[in-house]
Ligand binder design. Structure first.
Ligand code: PMV
Length: 316
């Protein structure tokens, strides 16, 4: 069997994080400048059933067998075996690399799972369609945090801008007018599960207040979709600022995120907000294309440890 390689992009949520867990819609786009890559290589000299997992980014080199049952890399492999009804893997090695920052709101866990599921199913001679890859990735996401909304696996597996609402059929958003995002990392990694858990506690304490916040965020996501499809993308800026104010009220922002958001606005961004779980990770700013580099430099001065300029357009 030849070596088989597959990749998966990162993602960024434009609008609707947290509210999406409670059934409101959210908008997310793939970010292909960063990606996870999985390569499967047949190991003809190894005994059947032996799979070696190598993930240099996290210093992991182990046999599949020795990983805990709930290890996300093992789960991704196992989901493919179970789905294809194959009792054990052929002797092979799986190497995983990723340029997506971990625990930062860019879907690194979902992208790694998607790359593994694509590579392994292809290697086994049964490449899976995007919808199935998304379902298997979702099953692995549940280990990362108990109640994922499903947005990460959806946008990453279909590699298109999506308007996502739990339980609803997939809705691809066509971007009429491309636009530029500057994404900046606070340098603080923040596991999504902890922030989602804290919002859940707060919602249980104050259900009415939190449900009002969630529905206000949902309204913004719906408006943003219309703007994207109408092609007047500068109008997204004020909506980002409004969404950020609601995320601050939810308690998921942080001083570091706000320093970057203010830095971006002062440098001419049309709007800015945190993206993903919050408390750290990434923020994003909407930029006129010619201003993007200036905004990225301002973000570095405001404390960003990494910036990415990304042009968002419909693919295909
Ligand atoms: O931090 P990320 O990129 O995994 O995004 C989390 C988005 C949340 O809405 C906070 C959680 C979810 O499952 O949708």
């Amino acid at each position: 069997m030849p070596a088989f390689t597959a990749t998966a992009p990162g993602k960024i949520i434009l609008f609707g994080e947290h509210a999406v867990v409670y059934g409101e819609p959210a908008l997310a786009v793939p970010i292909s400048d960063v990606q996870a890559r999985a390569t499967i290589q047949a190991e003809l000299s190894a005994p059947p059933g032996q799979m070696q997992i190598i993930a240099p980014d996290i210093g992991l080199k182990s046999s599949l067998h020795d990983l805990a049952e709930d290890h996300p890399l093992k789960r991704a492999v196992q989901e493919v075996l179970d789905h294809l009804d194959i009792p054990a893997p052929p002797a092979c090695s799986l190497t995983i690399n990723s340029t997506i920052p971990i625990a930062s709101g860019m879907g690194s866990g979902a992208a790694v799972s998607t790359a593994i599921i694509r590579a392994f199913s292809g290697f086994l001679g049964h490449p899976l369609p995007a919808e199935q890859v998304s379902k298997l990735t979702f099953a692995v996401e549940k280990i990362h945090h108990g109640t994922p909304s499903g947005i990460d696996n959806t946008v990453i597996a279909c590699e298109q801008p999506v308007f996502y609402q739990k339980g609803e059929p997939l809705q691809i958003v066509s971007i009429t007018q491309p636009f530029t995002l500057v994404i900046a990392h606070t340098g603080i990694s923040s596991p999504t599960g902890e922030v989602v858990g804290s919002v859940r506690q707060a919602w249980k304490r104050e259900p009415d207040r939190y449900e009002d916040l969630f529905s206000a965020v949902g309204k913004i996501a719906r408006e943003a979709r219309i703007i994207l499809e109408r092609g007047t993308t500068v109008e997204l800026g004020p909506l980002m600022d409004e969404n950020q104010a609601l995320l601050e009220e939810m308690g998921v922002s942080s001083p570091e995120l706000e320093a970057l958001i203010q830095g971006a606005r002062a440098a001419g961004a049309l709007g800015a907000k945190l993206s993903g779980g919050g408390w750290g990770g990434n923020m994003l700013a909407l930029a006129q294309e010619e201003q993007a580099r200036r905004i990225a430099r301002a973000l570095t001065r405001s404390g960003a440890t990494r910036t990415i300029i990304n042009r968002v357009e419909s693919s295909g």
